[in-house]
Design a protein around this ligand. Structure first.
Ligand SMILES: Cc1cc2nc3c(=O)[nH]c(=O)nc-3n(C[C@H](O)[C@H](O)[C@H](O)COP(=O)(O)OP(=O)(O)OC[C@H]3O[C@@H](n4cnc5c(N)ncnc54)[C@H](O)[C@@H]3O)c2cc1C
Length: 288
């Protein structure tokens, strides 16, 4: 019998499993994943850009404290691949006032934000007459916001950091095991065959996996984009729907290389650039 089963060994699962073990060293914790190692789901595909600029204050506060935490980890000698290239938002006219307000609020909580009407990067602000921009519905850019306390990190190194700490603390793992359902047991068992009945209050007491049943006092779902499927099987509707996105990896040549090698402010590399419409460019220092 485990005290905790954490399902999903992505960035969230490994961090959760480690902190459970750290806070309660005598607890038996099991980390389960359907793949053959940690960090092979969305975490492996992540652009892993970090920033402190969000429109909701709770996200801003969480992000700021997390960035500070990882900065300290990296300073202590653990390489998380953090590069402070900055984060540049290109803002269209219609979002100008909103984002200027966000910039003011960020400054109030101590986040350094530059509002730039123009900058050194070889980027054009006026694009709406280009055929490609029209096809993609890309508007002209009115101004940009540069957050300096932002950049990119290496998701594999982050996972390895937590995973090594977790296993060193005695945390257990089970890979290549897909969780097919959560075992639900009645809170007040009647010892009648067929429990739990629909009218009984239930709690999670383990998981059924392709490698067998596992009993646990608590089950933590850290299954990311897969969570909806598991929740559906338990009868919970979750407002979580994975959406397909596209990633292109291109070698920086010509104009793109100029862009990649032009840092803003004190950086020697292009920042992470967020365009309107959810499109972004992520530099890969060292690989071009
Ligand atoms: C293309 C892309 C770009 C991104 N860019 C950024 C970015 O720049 N900055 C940022 O902060 N975030 C970014 N993200 C989001 C970020 O990567 C995710 O929020 C984060 O990695 C989620 O971690 P997770 O542990 O919740 O999920 P995951 O890494 O997906 O982990 C979930 C794990 O659960 C396991 N699992 C699921 N179901 C089961 C089951 N039934 N049984 C056993 N195991 C199961 C999976 O195998 C997987 O390993 C990006 C994501 C993508 C896809």
């Amino acid at each position: 019998m485990y005290d905790y089963v954490v399902v999903g060994a992505g960035a969230v699962g490994v961090a959760t499993a480690y902190h459970l073990k750290r806070l309660s060293p005598s607890s038996r914790v099991l980390l389960v994943d359907q793949y053959h190692g940690p960090g092979m789901g969305d975490t492996a595909k992540s652009a892993a850009a970090f920033r402190t600029i969000f429109t909701s204050w709770i996200n801003r506060t969480l992000a700021k404290t997390s960035v500070e935490f990882y900065r300290d980890v990296q300073k202590s000698g653990v390489d998380l691949g953090m590069r402070w290239v900055g984060y540049l938002f290109l803002i269209p006219e219609e979002a100008r006032e909103l984002m200027l307000g966000v910039a003011r609020e960020l400054r109030e909580i101590g986040v350094e934000v530059d509002v730039l009407e123009r900058h050194a990067l070889p980027l054009r602000y006026k694009v709406s007459e280009d055929e490609e921009a029209r096809e993609m519905g890309l508007p002209d850019v009115s101004l940009s916001l540069l957050v300096r306390e932002a950049g990119i990190m290496d998701p594999e190194k982050l996972v390895r950091y937590y995973y090594e700490l977790y296993t060193k603390e005695g945390g257990e793992v089970l890979f290549n095991a897909k969780v097919e359902s959560i075992t639900l047991s009645p809170k007040k068992p009647l010892e009648i065959p067929g429990e739990p009945f629909p009218w009984q209050d239930v709690r999670a007491t383990g998981v059924e996996t392709t490698a067998g049943a596992i009993e646990a006092r608590s089950v933590v779902l850290a299954t990311g984009a897969w969570t909806q499927g598991i929740a559906d099987a338990m009868g919970f509707g979750l407002p979580l729907k994975p959406r397909k996105r596209q990633i292109f990896v291109v070698k920086a040549e010509g104009d793109l290389r100029d862009l990649l090698e032009t840092g803003v402010a004190d950086r020697d590399y292009a920042p992470f650039i967020a365009l309107p419409k959810g499109i972004y460019l992520r530099p890969e220092p060292g690989e071009g």
